[in-house]
Ligand binder design. Structure first.
Ligand code: ACM
Length: 266
């Protein structure tokens, strides 16, 4: 199974152009799973719901049809971030497209910085999807979710072999932490990070690229290395993640002792 992370700078506020670009990438990237950045349809930096409402989409928005069509034609799995409008709220969501299947989504659980001014906290919880044709279980988290070990751990405990993480990263410590998220759960982790800069009300955010795919031992398999537009692809073996042992005696899941975690003294 080949996984691709696609690194570039989505255009702020230009949903049609961003979707066009994603469709071209789906048609031209020879991989089974394609991961695009967080908020890939709209760009990132919004500070009031009124700025984002005209750009937000429902999961079944007709403007996603060209992407679903490309997915059906190429038989690829696609995950990308979008601004979701649902039940009168805005969510920072990731859409999952699978060949000839209805779309599904994950809503970002942990909101970063000024996202809190715009989005409601996600209410889907962490979820996994079986990709039977590839014998792979896929989990999704979005960017700042990485800071919470519980995110990747919940996905791994639910059976994820591969965690994909559409991202718009603006700090650098993710480079230390993401490999740990992979190795402490023995899963593959694919981080699609955007590049470029966005300004709002005199404040600039710089997105730092270096999109990467990490193996279950925490080793970087491929990296987009820098902030140029780049797509990198890694070959993964999803079934190899299911053995959670690291020697003849220890197994990182079997050795867990949840009844010892978090006791309160009288
Ligand atoms: C982030 O969650 N976009 C840093």
């Amino acid at each position: 199974m080949n996984v691709a992370v696609i690194q570039y700078a989505p255009l702020l506020g230009n949903v049609e152009s961003n979707i066009d670009r994603m469709r071209s990438a789906i048609l031209s990237t020879a991989a089974d799973v394609l991961v695009f950045p967080e908020l890939a349809t709209t760009g990132y930096f919004f500070t009031e719901p009124s700025q984002l409402l005209p750009l937000a989409q429902t999961m079944d928005d007709g403007r996603f049809s060209p992407l679903q069509d490309a997915v059906d034609r190429t038989r690829r799995i696609v995950v990308f971030g979008f601004a979701e409008s649902a039940d009168g709220a805005l969510y920072n969501s990731a859409l999952l497209l699978r060949p000839h299947s209805p779309p599904d989504m994950y809503r970002k659980t942990h909101l970063f910085y000024k996202e809190r001014l715009v989005f409601s906290p996600g209410n889907t919880g962490f979820q996994v999807w079986r990709l039977d044709d590839w014998d792979c279980t896929l989990g999704i988290m979005i960017c700042y979710d990485w800071r919470f070990p519980e995110a990747a751990r919940s996905l791994a405990l639910a059976g994820a072999d591969l965690i994909v993480c559409p991202s718009n990263l603006v700090t650098n410590i993710w480079r230390l932490a993401m490999p740990v998220r992979a190795l402490e759960n023995k899963v593959y982790l694919a981080v699609a990070n955007r590049t470029g800069r966005e300004e709002r009300d005199g404040e600039t955010l710089l997105f730092n690229g270096d999109s990467t795919i990490i193996d279950p031992a925490g080793r970087v398999m491929v990296s987009a290395s820098g902030t140029a537009d780049n797509t990198v692809i890694a070959h993964i073996d999803p079934a190899s993640t299911r053995d959670k042992s690291f020697n003849a005696i220890n197994d990182i899941f079997a050795d867990r002792r949840p009844d010892m975690y978090c006791t309160t003294r009288p």
